[in-house]
Design a protein around this ligand. Structure first.
Ligand code: HEC
Length: 149
């Protein structure tokens, strides 16, 4: 009974010390008994507990496809480069340098991943679309186009 209580006090004290950020090694049971009376006070009026878990990583998302610029370059070279330069020179279509800094696509939609994916799929009267393009290909090409600054 007595031993159990001392062990409990010791455990409580080490929790208080650890949560207070004290770097000293955990006290033995004797120290716990000696300073037990001060432990509740320092625990109650001490600094806020630093053990509140912080949500460090964003919640996993299954809908956003992560693009790979290297694979995007390969796709661009085989699907787009015949008409689009990566500088500001016009070939058949406009050069795509800085496309992500432009205010809008030819269809007046703001330049972002979703609208660009839609644009690549559908094209317009002057640009043939790629209706079979996968979401992964679109994300890869978009991430490559972002590197054209
Ligand atoms: C057969 C030629 C051709 C191919 C292939 C082609 N495009 Fe285009 N693209 C065009 C033309 C022409 C325009 C201009 C359309 C307009 O102004 O209405 C254009 C416009 C664009 C624009 C808007 C540029 C701007 O400055 O407004 C983007 C972005 C674009 N294309 C991306 C692509 C991507 C990515 C691919 C490959 C998946 C691709 N295009 C394939 C001809 C092509």
């Amino acid at each position: 009974m007595m031993l159990k209580k001392r062990l409990l006090l010791g455990a409580l004290l080490s929790i208080v010390l650890v949560t207070a950020g004290c770097g000293t090694s955990a006290p033995k049971a004797e120290a716990g008994a000696a300073s037990a009376s001060s432990a509740p006070a320092s625990g109650g009026s001490g600094p806020n507990s630093p053990v509140t878990p912080q949500p460090t990583s964003p919640p996993a998302s299954t809908t956003v496809v992560q693009g790979n610029p290297d694979q995007g370059k390969q796709l661009f070279d085989s699907n787009c480069a015949s008409c689009h330069a990566v500088d500001d020179q016009k070939i058949v279509g406009p050069g795509l340098k800085g496309i992500y800094g432009k205010s809008a696509l030819p269809n007046n939609q703001p330049v972002n991943d979703a609208n660009l994916a839609q644009w690549m799929k559908t094209g317009d009267a002057q640009m043939p679309g790629n209706p079979a393009m996968s979401a992964q290909d679109e994300a890869n090409i978009s991430s490559y186009l972002k590197t054209l600054k």
